[in-house]
Design a protein around this ligand. Structure first.
Ligand code: RP5
Length: 175
């Protein structure tokens, strides 16, 4: 009875079970100069087979584009990253009830973007991770999606198990 189960392909599953709001992580960055860190988020999510789009859309320079992207019905979790005054995560959060993970980027003082992302006024939460913390942003997005897709919990368990096996490995690169 029952041969070996086919390998789990969350990407296929997520698409197949697409809810009315869809399943996808959308990453917004404030500038092309932020793309390198955004790609680290995409890389980690892709390893977990989680669909991810990346867009350059500044809260200050392209507010209409930000508005359009935030209305995407297929996105479940937003990751917004920016440096300097870093308004982007808060602006995204102001426009959606979906979870928004904010990544402050080390561009100027560091403290500028960090406080902009962390110090949201009551009522408009942003889940802030550390400066340039692409890896944690991807893991947190996955943990949120795992509430709906338990298979992703298994992916997160495997990820952490690798740290236990190789505690001296470079953070962000368990393979
Ligand atoms: C922020 O200003 C961007 O997110 C970027 O981190 C920083 C610098 O932007 P560029 O001058 O490189 O476009 O809005």
């Amino acid at each position: 009875m029952g041969g070996a189960r086919p390998p789990f392909r969350p990407h296929t599953l997520l698409r197949a079970q697409r809810s009315p709001t869809g399943v996808k992580v959308t990453v917004l960055v404030g500038s092309k100069s932020d793309l390198e860190i955004a790609e680290k988020v995409r890389t980690r999510l892709t390893e977990f087979h989680v669909p991810c789009d990346v867009h350059v859309a500044s809260a200050h320079r392209n507010p209409d584009k930000v508005d359009r992207l935030v209305r995407d019905p297929d996105t479940d979790v937003f990751v917004a990253m920016a440096g300097l005054s870093a308004a982007l995560p808060g602006v995204v959060a102001a426009r959606t009830l979906k979870p928004v993970i904010g990544v402050p980027l080390q561009r100027g003082l560091g403290l500028d973007s960090l406080l902009s992302v962390v110090q949201m006024p009551p009522g408009i939460p942003v889940a802030a991770v550390g400066l340039d913390a692409a890896e944690n942003a991807a893991l947190l997005a996955t943990a949120i999606l795992a509430l709906k897709f338990p298979e992703l919990t298994k992916a997160l368990e495997s990820y952490r198990a690798k740290w236990r096996e190789e505690p001296t490995a470079t953070p962000g690169s368990p393979s």
